[in-house]
Design a protein around this ligand. Structure first.
Ligand code: ZN
Length: 239
């Protein structure tokens, strides 16, 4: 059990969970509720990767290829980008909530198990310095693997307002919010989902065990109930 945070201190919250666990939704709901800055790493990286100004940049071309194949982006590249952004947000006095970061041990702890990158300060160290260790909360949303595949293969996104429509809306052709056509997200195709799952298990999941060893607050949450129920449970840690 995590200890309740002191009022008036800045918070740094991290959501973990396999693709489709609803971590993005929970991060967004919590951000709205508590006035946090929502750092959606996938979205942030996609914006950089799809930026037309950067189409000919060699580093971007390589990272875009990784992203489109369902593989994680290079940890050194991601860490550079997210650390800078996290520091900027902290300096503004803002609390922050991450969905999808840090994704690898290197991004989290600055130590690469494969020894490919040289040791540095990982995101958790940076958050510790900026927010204090006891104000860091790591939520682990758990859903069965079969549920992950089901949720992802049916997920559609609005082409205009970007609303994500879950499985219940799989037959809907028009966005219920703005009326635009909906589409499958490029990285939600079946093979890509399988690859993302594999990447999550091999590279992201071990972070939770390591973070526990390092005495961070880790809170396991059942990710199968409807999102509003999960949200209620999560906010109970901050009230
Ligand atoms: Zn829409």
């Amino acid at each position: 059990m995590a200890s309740k945070n002191k009022k008036n201190s800045k918070l740094a919250i991290i959501f973990y969970g396999s693709p489709g666990s609803g971590k993005g939704t929970q991060a967004k709901l919590l951000a709205d509720k508590l006035g946090l800055y929502h750092f959606d790493t996938g979205d942030f990286l996609r914006k950089i990767l799809n930026n037309p100004v950067l189409t000919k940049n060699k580093e971007i071309i390589k990272e875009r290829k990784l992203n489109r194949s369902g593989k994680l982006n290079s940890p050194s590249w991601v860490l550079k980008i997210i650390s800078k952004q996290a520091e900027t947000i902290s300096k503004l006095g803002q609390s922050i909530v991450f969905s999808g970061s840090p994704r690898t041990q290197y991004e989290a702890f600055g130590v690469d198990p494969a020894g490919k990158y040289k040791p540095t300060a990982g995101l958790l160290k940076i958050l510790e310095k900026e927010y204090g260790k006891r104000n860091i909360f790591i939520f682990d949303l758990e859903i069965p693997e079969s549920e992950t595949v089901k949720r992802n293969s049916k997920r559609t996104t609005c082409t205009v307002c970007k609303a994500a429509l879950m499985a219940e809306f799989s037959s809907v052709k028009k966005c219920p919010f703005c009326g635009a056509p909906v589409e499958h997200r490029i990285d939600d195709d079946k093979n890509i989902i399988t690859e993302r799952l594999k990447e999550y298990h091999n590279r992201t999941f071990p972070i939770i065990a390591e973070a526990r060893k390092r005495k961070y607050n880790i809170i396991k949450i059942d990710g199968t109930p409807p999102p509003f129920e999960i949200h209620k449970k999560i906010i109970s840690y901050f009230s």
